[in-house]
Design a protein around this ligand. Structure first.
Ligand SMILES: Cc1cc2nc3c(=O)[nH]c(=O)nc-3n(C[C@H](O)[C@H](O)[C@H](O)COP(=O)(O)O)c2cc1C
Length: 190
């Protein structure tokens, strides 16, 4: 069976990012439904409207990968109770040049992890507002993952059974949601 193409966008450029670990764990849990690609964002230059015609090569590559994805999963840390600059920069490039936005109509889900008491609750609210404005279709519900050092092992397996069950349900729900939102892709996957 052809699977959905899932683009994973991680809102961190840190080498040992705990959100990249979570993203890879979700990719593994969703392997039955999705072929997953991490869409790189840390090579994008700082957005500048003077550099839109033509867009720089990494931006063209980024936009093509977003557009080729059937669904998008954002896994992000929270920076200063909001969206990390590296991720907001990518969202802005995706939205430009005027009339050439890469975002509308894509089914999307949002999650993230931090060691903080409310995990990534605030950034996820901000991100939902921004992505909604860009015309993505966002899956409802909440997935705030409290990170602990032993949560995800070197093979991208979630060690904690309760968290694993929760994440499995999250990614399975997202596959169902994506099929409802994107019937064209669902037909291809049938
Ligand atoms: C500039 C900055 C701001 C941060 N602000 C928050 C925050 O508002 N809430 C939070 O839970 N953690 C915050 N943190 C801690 C991050 O959760 C932590 O650095 C985490 O490892 C980031 O995820 P990553 O490893 O995927 O980059 C902040 C970290 C940095 C570097």
């Amino acid at each position: 069976m052809t699977k959905f193409k899932l683009g994973l966008i991680v809102g961190s450029n840190r080498r040992e990012s705990i959100n990249r670990k979570l993203a890879l764990a979700l990719a593994k849990l969703g392997a039955g439904s999705f072929d997953t690609t991490i869409i790189q964002i840390d090579d994008l230059p700082m957005y500048n409207q003077d550099h839109e015609q033509p867009v720089p090569a990494p931006v063209a590559r980024f936009k093509a990968e977003v557009e080729a994805s059937d669904a998008l999963l954002f896994v992000t840390p929270e920076h200063s109770r909001s969206i990390p600059a590296v991720l907001k920069n990518a969202i802005d490039w995706g939205a430009r040049p005027w009339g050439k936005t890469s975002w509308p109509g894509k089914p999307a889900a949002v999650t993230g992890t931090s060691g903080g008491a409310i995990s990534t609750a605030v950034v996820q609210q901000h991100l939902r507002a921004v992505l909604g404005n860009q015309g993505l279709h966002l899956m409802g519900g909440e997935a705030y993952i409290l990170f602990k050092p032993e949560l995800i092992d070197a093979r991208n397996e979630v060690a904690d059974e309760n968290v694993r069950t929760f994440l499995q349900s999250f990614i399975d729900q997202f596959a169902q949601f994506a099929a409802k939102i994107a019937p064209r892709q669902a037909q291809r996957a049938a």
